[in-house]
Design a protein around this ligand. Structure first.
Ligand code: G3P
Ligand code: MG
Length: 250
């Protein structure tokens, strides 16, 4: 029987607790996951925050964008009540908080750089701040930085060439993007394709080119088993609690 791939708790155990919060990372740990993924962007004062969208509305009680905000505003927001009352007062973490949690719990981490829309200056500051933040990661062998924004990924690589990279692909661009050249040129260790519409030939090609293949987002165990039979090395899931212990332990 094919072994199941590594399980990344996507935005933490985001089916059990509000995504991209320390509560979600703790839940991932509680259900046995050894890796978690989180999204990072920058705000006006240069703080790196953990958030998926480029607006505050969906996952906090704040409104609008955050590129003009300072962390003194952001830290007041409730990032848990939208999910359930249990998580009222949960905060938007700084990237440093997520890293420090992963360090303490000896968890592997995938930090995804969001395609920052804050303008050239903020994009540059994002990379500078990120380079400093990743210096605090204890186990660099269990740490991956990924992005759909391949320009930012390249800039990060220039700043910290020793950190493993994941080349993110979305299903619309998958066949046209030239991931093979791009990921090779940056020395990526992995390609991270969208599960939607992914064909086994695409997985084989990624693996034949020597890359790990970590697929997002896989919320069904049967689909994970099928992907494993195609040779994928990892899956991102909102439901790490559904995966068997031997998969979670990788
Ligand atoms: O990093 C895998 C996955 O998180 C990419 O998509 O939109 O969930 O950040 P998204
Ligand atoms: Mg992500």
């Amino acid at each position: 029987m094919t072994a199941l791939p590594r399980v990344f708790a996507h935005r933490g155990a985001s089916s059990l607790a509000p995504e991209n919060t320390i509560a979600a990372f703790s839940k991932a740990m509680e259900v046995g996951a050894r890796w978690f993924e989180f999204d990072v962007d920058i705000i006006a004062d240069g703080t790196l925050i953990v958030i998926h969208d480029n607006r505050l509305d969906r996952t906090t009680n704040g409104k609008g964008g955050y590129y003009t905000r300072s962390f003194s505003d952001i830290r007041r927001l409730d990032a848990g009540a939208w999910f359930s009352d249990t998580y009222r007062f949960e905060r938007i973490p700084e990237a440093a908080d997520a890293i420090s949690f992963g360090n303490k719990q000896h968890m592997g981490m995938n930090l995804e750089i969001k395609p920052c829309r804050g303008g050239t200056q903020l994009r540059e500051r994002l990379i500078e701040a990120l380079a400093v933040a990743v210096d605090s990661v204890h186990d660099k062998d269990r740490f991956i930085v990924s992005s759909f924004d391949h320009e930012l990924l390249a800039a990060f690589h220039e700043a910290r060439p020793q950190i493993s990279l994941g080349w993110l692909l979305d299903s619309e661009k998958q066949s046209t993007l030239g991931w093979q050249e791009g990921a090779s040129a940056l020395g990526c260790s992995a390609v991270h394709p969208d599960a939607k519409g992914l064909a086994k030939e695409e997985v084989w090609k990624i693996r034949d080119c020597g890359f790990d293949c970590n697929v997002w987002t896989v919320n069904d165990l049967e689909q994970a088993k099928e992907l494993a039979s195609w040779g994928v090395t990892g899956v991102f899931t909102d439901y790490p609690q559904l995966f068997p212990a031997e998969a979670l332990a990788l």
